[in-house]
Design a protein around this ligand. Structure first.
Ligand code: SF4
Length: 702
């Protein structure tokens, strides 16, 4: 270690001491200090460090302080990638300011979003010249709303669509809406260097600003999907920190995957056609009497859209045979012969797509080359047209990719879009190689951290899945700083197994008994079917007790329900997938946690099934290598919802007797915050929990 690097480790200790002296609410935490030291050492000699840091360690500060000291010594910006927006907000509002105080110097932080989150004024101006297009966008904007939007477009300083929510335009013009897509910054439609700099480019300004920042915060999906961003930001970074790293592989599988469905095709068609789309823009740019040939090509291109829609609809109808009502997803294994399922539609669709692309290219080519065909200032119309051609080429390539069922390193399956229509999907089984080449090969110093990264202290599976060699990754597994055995009572309910017909009745009896304690209770489930069965059984008894029941609906986001749960102390919340992690209920906002069944992945899930087959084919054991580690990770995430601070207390009830009976049960029991008591009946479980919760104790020391 040279003197400068030695100074970094010493400087970290000094910074934390300064923080302790200057900040009343900050106190020394040994686990945090240990993590900060390990990370500072790694920053010195470069490489990859993996740290499992349970709630309460203060991991964000442990990585920010050393990394920002490195930045202060002249390194590139520090890049922090997270899975959730909540963590990004916490970093910006709490941890970065604390780190700045520790360093005793200002720290510039920037949150980076995808280009689609920013307005492109050039596109918006072009669209505003076609006011009808706004009004036609799902009827989202009437005259008054349109005026508010116009005034925002001219006045906004950040260009972030998020601002629109404060203008009451969020519902019709959220970042995900079709209208926003028409006026958002998009590399496909970007005129790049030709763009008038005076008009201001919010997306590029945000990226420029980020590169000047000391710490750049973004999410995994953006980091994985934007190759340009990776090249510029990761390659120049002083250090790359992947927080909530346990989600990185899953997000990579989604990001590197492909999905094609009727809705995608219909949306793109509407943004292309001569009624409201790019062809209308082009046709309004034509000079009267000087462009008959181009007008004809535009009509031909518009007519080429219909066959694409018809053949997509025919293919969707054919595929529906493989996805009967009630079935959420169906795998398309190598044995499935799509030509037999849909003998003509797929070929006809590919042919129609080719014709459409050629027709669009012809129209654009003639518009560009026929002298005097276009009015002056028609560049925007041409750019939009070229953007649509690129989007249709992408659609054609995606369609070819999702039907190459013979590729063994991918899972292929059908699922449903938001309207229930079948769509085709392809997901890579392994993403390690791609992650190594696109991310880790370009980053000199990397931290992987999460509260759940190393089941039973073993980092190797998670590290390998990310394409890294465990022997080349340093690691540290930190203990919880909380005396969890004193803060949590853990109970396991004996009784029927989740596969038994009577299981949900027993679960409902247990939750009813707990509801009578009038403490905020979260029930984590693994399927909507079970959630609905449980909700049906709980409605009457909870109503009789006067206890509010909140039940997650399929497809509903977690945040509004989580807010309602916080606002109604003593209520019972039934949640699935999105409630197992990423939601925070500190203190009395959550006192009783019920885990209905051990969260094994669904074996018939197409991607799980394909990954299992691959492991078997290689001589491995899918249960040991995939199902069990994933279930343990999810179980630990779920249990982690209960204790969020040093003063929390509560109880966890596991209503799955496999934890007691199965050979692997002890591995789940070891993840509980305290040694579990066994209850033979729901009433006994409620009594054990009541005795613990209603016992007054002094707050636990931090
Ligand atoms: S540079 Fe591209 S995204 Fe930015 S304002 Fe210009 S056209 Fe829009």
């Amino acid at each position: 270690m040279n003197s400068r690097d030695f100074d970094l480790v010493a400087a970290v200790e000094e910074a934390f001491e300064r923080l302790e002296r200057s900040t009343l609410e900050f106190e020394h935490r040994p686990a945090q200090a240990r993590m900060a030291r390990r990370w500072a050492e790694l920053l010195h000699h470069r490489g990859v460090l993996a740290v499992e840091a349970p709630t309460g360690v203060g991991k964000s500060l442990a990585y920010l302080v050393p990394a920002l000291l490195l930045r202060a010594a002249g390194s590139g910006p520090i890049v922090v990638s997270t899975h959730t927006k909540a963590l990004q907000e916490q970093l910006i509002t709490r941890d970065v300011p604390l780190a700045a105080r520790a360093l005793d110097r200002p720290v510039r932080a920037a949150t980076l979003k995808g280009r689609a989150s920013y307005l492109c004024r050039r596109r918006a101006h072009a669209r505003l010249r076609q006011r009808r297009l706004f009004a036609g966008a799902g009827g989202a904007l009437d005259g008054e709303a349109l005026e508010r939007l116009e005034s925002w477009i001219e006045q906004t300083r950040s260009g972030e669509f998020e601002e629109l929510a404060t203008l009451g335009l969020g519902a019709g013009l959220g970042p995900a809406s079709a209208l926003a897509a028409d006026i958002a910054s998009d590399p496909i439609f970007c005129s790049g260097p030709d763009c008038d700099p005076a008009s201001g480019c919010f997306a590029k300004a945000a990226r420029r600003e980020a590169r000047r920042a000391d710490v750049i915060i973004l999410n995994h999906a953006l980091l994985l999907s934007d190759a340009g961003l990776r090249q510029s930001v990761v390659a120049e970074a002083g250090a790359l920190i992947l927080d909530e790293a346990h989600q990185f592989e899953r997000v990579a599988r989604e990001t590197f995957g492909v999905t094609v469905g009727m809705q995608d095709v219909a949306r793109l068609a509407a943004r292309t056609d001569a009624r409201n789309g790019a062809l209308r823009l082009l046709s309004r740019s034509l000079r009267r009497g000087r462009s008959a040939g181009v007008a004809e090509r535009i009509v031909e291109a518009d007519q080429a859209i219909r066959p694409v829609l018809d053949h997509t609809a025919a293919l969707t109808r054919d595929l529906a045979v493989l996805l009967p009502d009630g079935v959420v997803a169906a795998r398309l294994g190598p044995d499935v012969d799509l030509a037999a399922v849909s003998p003509a539609a797929l070929d006809l669709l590919l042919g129609a797509l080719g014709s459409l692309i050629r027709a669009l290219e012809r129209a654009l080519h003639e518009a560009e080359t026929e002298t005097g065909a276009l009015k002056p200032g028609s560049d925007d119309a041409l750019a939009e047209g070229r953007g649509r051609v690129a989007a249709w080429i992408e659609t054609e390539q995606a369609l070819r990719a999702v039907v190459r069922l013979e590729e063994r390193d991918h899972a292929f399956y059908l699922d449903r879009d938001e309207r229930g229509t079948p769509r085709l999907n392809r997901r890579p089984l392994r993403v390690g190689g791609a992650l190594r080449d696109s991310i880790f090969a370009h980053a000199e110093r990397v931290l992987l951290t999460s509260a759940t990264l190393a089941p039973e202290g073993n980092f190797a599976p998670a590290v390998r899945a990310l394409g890294l060699d465990p022997s080349e990754v340093e690691s540290e597994c930190l203990e919880s700083p909380f005396p969890l055995d004193r803060m949590v009572r853990s109970v396991v309910l004996e009784g029927s197994a989740p596969s038994d017909a009577a299981y949900v009745d027993g679960l409902a009896a247990a939750v009813s008994s707990l509801a009578a304690l009038r403490r905020s209770t979260l029930v984590l489930l693994t399927s909507f079917q079970m959630l609905e069965g449980l909700a049906t059984r709980l409605r009457a008894p909870l109503a009789a007790l006067g206890v509010p029941l909140l039940a997650q609906a399929p497809g509903a986001p977690a945040a509004p329900l989580a807010d309602a749960f916080r606002d109604r102390p003593g209520s019972v919340l039934l949640g699935t997938a999105s409630f197992w992690e990423g939601v925070d209920f500190p203190g009395a906002a959550l006192e009783i946690l019920v885990i209905a069944r051990l969260p094994f992945p669904v074996p018939t899930d197409p991607v799980v099934e394909a990954r299992s087959e691959r492991i078997s084919a290689e001589g491995g054991d899918p249960f040991k290598e995939l199902m069990l580690p994933e279930a343990i990770l999810r179980f630990r995430q779920g249990v982690g919802r209960l204790i969020r601070s040093a003063t929390d207390r509560g109880a966890v009830l596991v209503a799955d007797p496999r934890l007691l009976r199965a050979g692997y049960g002890a591995r789940f029991a070891a993840c509980l915050p305290s040694r579990p008591a066994v209850a033979r009946t729901p009433a006994e479980a409620a009594a054990l929990i009541r005795d613990f919760i209603e016992t007054e104790v002094l707050p636990c020391p931090a």
